[in-house]
Ligand binder design. Structure first.
Ligand SMILES: [Cu+2]
Length: 134
């Protein structure tokens, strides 16, 4: 009976762990000049980031070693539905999901290192609230 209770508790807890990710965050592109705001954003694995250009002529391009590779602009993202991540003007937004924990540094292909940002992806904590096996 105690084993059954433990299995039941696990079944209740795991769905909550799976739902811990999935939040969508926002980075403003070109806010206040050639900048990303916030320049450093910390999220959880499974979360997404919407890059939303408000002014200027930019894109977002992950750098080598990024935990998730992406290159996005007004025409979409490289390798996604025929889009491409070339820089452009006007207002646009693209959303990137980060399934794995790690770090993704990115910059603007037009402005280089003077316009760069970092996404820090934390692992999703798994907490077992009750565990009881005899
Ligand atoms: Cu730029």
């Amino acid at each position: 009976m105690h084993l059954k209770k433990a299995l039941f508790t696990l079944a209740l807890v795991l769905p909550f762990a799976a739902q811990a990710g999935g939040t969508t965050h926002e980075v403003l592109v070109g806010q206040g000049g050639n900048a990303y705001v916030p320049a450093t954003l910390t999220i959880a694995a499974g979360d997404s980031v919407t890059f939303r250009q408000v002014a200027g002529f930019h894109n977002v391009a992950s750098q080598p070693g990024a935990i998730t590779a992406f290159r996005c602009g007004p025409n979409g993202c490289d390798g996604v539905g025929g889009g491409n991540g070339e820089p452009g003007g006007g207002t646009w937004q693209q959303t990137v999901t980060f399934p794995d924990a790690g770090t993704a540094n990115y910059l603007c292909d037009v402005h280089g290192q003077s316009m760069s940002g970092t996404i820090i992806v934390n692992p999703v904590p798994v907490t077992l609230q009750s565990f009881d096996i005899d």
